[in-house]
Ligand binder design. Structure first.
Ligand code: ADP
Length: 392
């Protein structure tokens, strides 16, 4: 038996999953949310669920409550071989997962400027886990690592090159673990080696990004220096005209902080609909004729299709378009509307396969004789666990 504790520490949350790597099963999982305010532990294990208020002042207390939950569930003593940490930004320093050493920690710290909300929280998680499990190796798995194969003509912004050389301003891309996992899984489901395939993967959750995957390697992606570029998201705008910044500043007197708040927290599906950032809520409201929800979904699907079409130029052909993430796996409406905009590639939706989320057709949701679009559930925790096990 070998188990890996996967940790994803955000600024105010700690998500965890204890994965049994031999069977790929999640033995226990959950999260601590609202750290520092009204912290709650919501978790699930073999002995049942808990949903309780905890004294979660900081990541240390959160992790201690996770550990005592796992101990109470009786799942921690057996074969914990590693702790795998999701780390958001590895800059250009990491093109794969690594065993955490003091040198690795320094290198992750050096990327803090590139992900000021995420990397410090990830580092905190590593520090606390190393203290709680001093004998267990810690592994870092980076969101950016999979995209380090993107060529310079795709990762450079058309800005003065000194900004790249001196400040590291370039496109990095995120969701790499998910794009890597679903591209390998799609190959398995199609019964072909990933090395023979040209794929476009669309990870559509609260954050959304798509990736062109050539023979198992990322060759372009929609997110950039930060996770704000590309497809519209729950509350982020995705790509917009940079002239809007100046216009907001000049016409409304907004400063940088206000504009950042607008583009990160008040835009995307929430901003367009005036209702919600949640695709389920929007799909229901659209069915009731809600104008904002209808428009939000229309803009989302059109822009998503446009980003997918743009990624296609990074590939010699498209063998399959893969939908994943909460929206990609569950919203037949988003898949239908998006594929309708991609008719130029010849995709023809099979309505009944799409309605069943491809579950009875090896993930495939298109008609047999046309290019393949498919649904592949992502499992980032499993990939982090498998990487961690392999490294140690
Ligand atoms: P995260 O990026 O936080 O991991 P998820 O991958 O869970 O997020 O995706 C969250 C999104 O998935 C939300 O917009 C949610 O509404 C959407 N979603 C989940 N289930 C469904 C569903 N059955 N139909 C439509 N959208 C769904």
């Amino acid at each position: 038996m070998s188990r890996v504790l996967v940790l994803n520490c955000g600024s105010s949350s700690v998500k965890f999953a204890l994965i049994e790597t031999s069977s790929a099963d999640s033995v226990a999982s959950g999260l601590v949310e609202n750290l520092g305010a009204d912290a709650h532990l919501k978790a699930n294990g073999p002995k049942g669920k808990v949903n309780e208020k905890i004294s979660g002042k900081d990541h240390g207390e959160a992790l201690e409550s996770v550990v005592s939950f796992l101990q109470n569930q009786g799942v921690l003593e057996q074969g914990l071989v590693a702790v795998g940490h999701r780390v958001v930004h590895g800059g250009e320093r990491f093109s794969g997962s690594v065993l955490i050493t003091p040198q690795v920690l320094d290198a992750v710290r050096a990327c803090n400027d590139l992900a000021p909300l995420h990397n410090p929280a990830n580092l905190k998680g590593i520090e606390v886990a190393s203290r709680v499990f001093p004998e267990v190796p810690q592994v870092a798995v980076f969101d950016t690592a999979f995209h380090q194969t993107i060529p310079a003509h795709a990762f450079l912004y058309p800005l003065p090159q000194s900004l790249y050389r001196e400040r590291g301003i370039r496109r990095y891309g995120f969701h790499g673990t998910s794009h890597r996992f679903v591209s390998a899984k799609a190959a398995e489901m199609l019964g072909k080696p990933v090395a023979d395939l040209c794929l476009i993967t669309a990870h559509l959750g609260n954050g959304c990004s798509a990736c062109a995957v050539l023979q198992g390697k990322s060759v372009d992606t929609t997110m950039g220096l930060t996770p704000m570029e590309g497809i519209p998201m729950g509350t982020r705008s995705g790509t917009i005209d940079p002239g809007i910044f100046r216009y907001l500043h000049d016409s409304l007197g907004w400063d940088f902080k206000r504009i950042d708040q607008l583009l990160n927290k008040e835009s995307g599906l929430l901003g367009l609909s005036g209702l919600s950032n949640d695709m389920r809520t929007l799909a229901e409201a659209r069915a009731q004729g809600h104008e904002g929800a209808t428009l939000a979904i229309d803009v989302f699907c059109y822009r998503l299709a446009k980003e997918i079409a743009a990624l296609a130029i990074a590939l010699p052909r498209i063998d399959a378009l893969v939908f994943t993430g909460g929206i990609g796996e569950n919203s037949f409406l988003v898949r239908e509307l998006t594929l309708a905009h991609l008719a130029v590639f010849g995709f023809q939706l099979d309505i009944s396969r799409n309605g069943a989320h491809g579950r009875e057709s090896k993930g495939i949701i298109t008609r047999a004789e046309t290019p393949t679009a498919m649904v592949v559930p992502t499992n980032e925790e499993l990939l982090i666990a498998l990487d961690s096990e392999q490294i140690i």
